[in-house]
Design a protein around this ligand. Structure first.
Ligand code: GDP
Length: 408
């Protein structure tokens, strides 16, 4: 049983997208929902109703754009996209969303590079120890340059950037990337044609080899196992590089950098692959801590442990009052009575929903690692802890309750 649940947990990615206003967070989010909802394999031939037909997305905007968390599936993994307000005015909300996610994609504008809000959100993510990958967006814009954007990230945010792609073409002619791990080219046709994988174009071979070598050196310098292999035989295998990049991402010793143009739907599939490959699952992050009557407790990401969940957003929607929860430990079932830290009383769980791009899926239960919305809670506020009645715990001081946010 445990093995089966661990296997499930290992496939979960609780992901936030961090960005300065206008860098393209909304566009990246929509393209992710679109890619995960309509195409199941990279390189699949689209039937003409997918990439260019945005009607279904427009229809669904009402649900997805205002949802605090949306679940989608990618290559056997569940990706829960958690909304992170980009605006510093919502500092409490930003901090709360940073608490419930396990990893993030920081989106940058390839022309503007690091902007003030990207800097402040980046620092907050540093404080919470959130592992990140960077997506340099808008490579199609006039004046876009990956190297300049990466230099701005390095100089202003001070991570070790680990660039894993080389763009093919520039500005209007940006058509693809060379994947430096596999040394393969990925070329996107006009919107709707999907990606075609092939050999690295002749004119980019030398440059790609040089950049691959730089990546290997940067990784070997910081990762003992990679260094050992690097000294024995070069080049490093793609598998060793990927494993080292995963470790460096999770320890915060490096930030993998990818690039693309969300607007033109270029670079989203490799971005999702990187999310799955490098960012941690709920099993890979430290156990959550809380207190009760002065005593500190730790709760592991174990569905069999006593329940501990954090309410991170409450929304009034046509479906009812939705309380979004991150379940850290234990299992929550429809009809359960749980202890709520604000009222210090029991509350009954009504329906449990997973918000997807186009619908709400009803669940019988949610387990450690899940992000779900619950209908029917009355006293829970953003910041409330919900836990097993026999094992109370407070994950966050209740503080001032947030106003209920209405869907426009
Ligand atoms: P957000 O404020 O971070 O959510 O940014 P949006 O996704 O709303 O994008 C801001 C503006 O940039 C919009 O006009 C988008 O159409 C545009 N945009 C987003 N991605 C790209 C891109 O890859 N290339 C170009 N040229 N424009 C983009």
């Amino acid at each position: 049983m445990r093995n089966h649940l661990d296997r499930h947990l290992a496939t979960v990615r609780n992901l936030g997208i961090l960005a300065h206003v206008d860098a393209g967070k909304t566009t990246v989010t929509e393209r992710i929902l679109f890619a995960t909802g309509t195409t199941h394999k990279r390189g699949e031939v689209h039937d003409g109703t997918t990439i260019t037909d945005f009607d279904p997305q427009e229809r669904d905007r009402g649900i997805t754009i205002f949802a605090a968390a949306v679940s989608c599936d990618w290559e056997g993994h569940r990706v829960n996209l958690i909304d992170t307000p980009g605006h510093v005015d919502f500092a409490d909300e930003v901090e709360r969303s940073l608490r419930v996610l396990d990893g993030a994609v920081a989106v940058f504008d390839a022309v503007a590079g690091v902007e003030p809000q990207s800097e402040s959100v980046w620092r907050q993510a540093d404080r919470y120890g959130v592992p990140r990958i960077a997506f340099v967006n808008k490579l199609d814009r006039a004046g876009a340059d990956l190297d300049t954007a990466v230099a701005s990230i390095r100089d202003r945010l001070h991570p070790v950037p680990l660039v894993v792609q080389v763009p093919i073409g520039a500005e209007d002619g940006f058509t693809g990337v060379v994947d430096l791990l596999r040394m393969r080219a990925l070329i996107w046709g006009d919107d709707g044609e999907g990606a075609v994988e092939g050999v690295v174009p002749e004119e980019l071979r030398e440059e790609a080899a040089r950049r691959r070598r730089l990546l290997e050196e940067a990784v070997a310098e910081r990762h003992p196992a990679a260094l050992e292999e690097f000294c024995e035989r070069e080049p490093l295998s793609a598998a060793t590089l990927a494993a080292a990049l995963r470790d460096l991402t999770r320890t915060g010793d490096g930030v993998v950098v990818l690039c693309g143009s969300a607007y033109r739907n270029r670079g989203i599939e490799p971005l999702l692959d990187a999310v799955v490959a490098y960012l941690p699952s709920p099993l890979d992050v430290p156990a959550v801590r809380g207190t009760y009557e002065g005593a500190e407790q730790e709760r592991p990401a174990d569905p069999a442990a006593p329940l501990a969940a954090l309410a991170f957003k409450v929304s009034a929607t046509p479906t009812g009052r939705l309380t979004y929860l991150r379940v850290y430990s234990g299992t929550i079932e429809k009809g359960d009575t749980v202890w709520e830290s604000g009222s210090r009383r029991g509350e009954r769980i009504g329906r449990i929903l997973r918000v997807q791009a186009d619908r709400h899926a009803q669940l019988e239960r949610a387990v450690a690692g899940d992000i779900v919305a619950v209908v029917g809670l009355k006293s829970a506020r953003a910041g409330s802890t919900l836990c097993a009645p026999g094992a109370p715990l407070v994950l966050e001081p209740p503080g001032v309750p947030d106003p209920v946010v209405s869907v426009a």
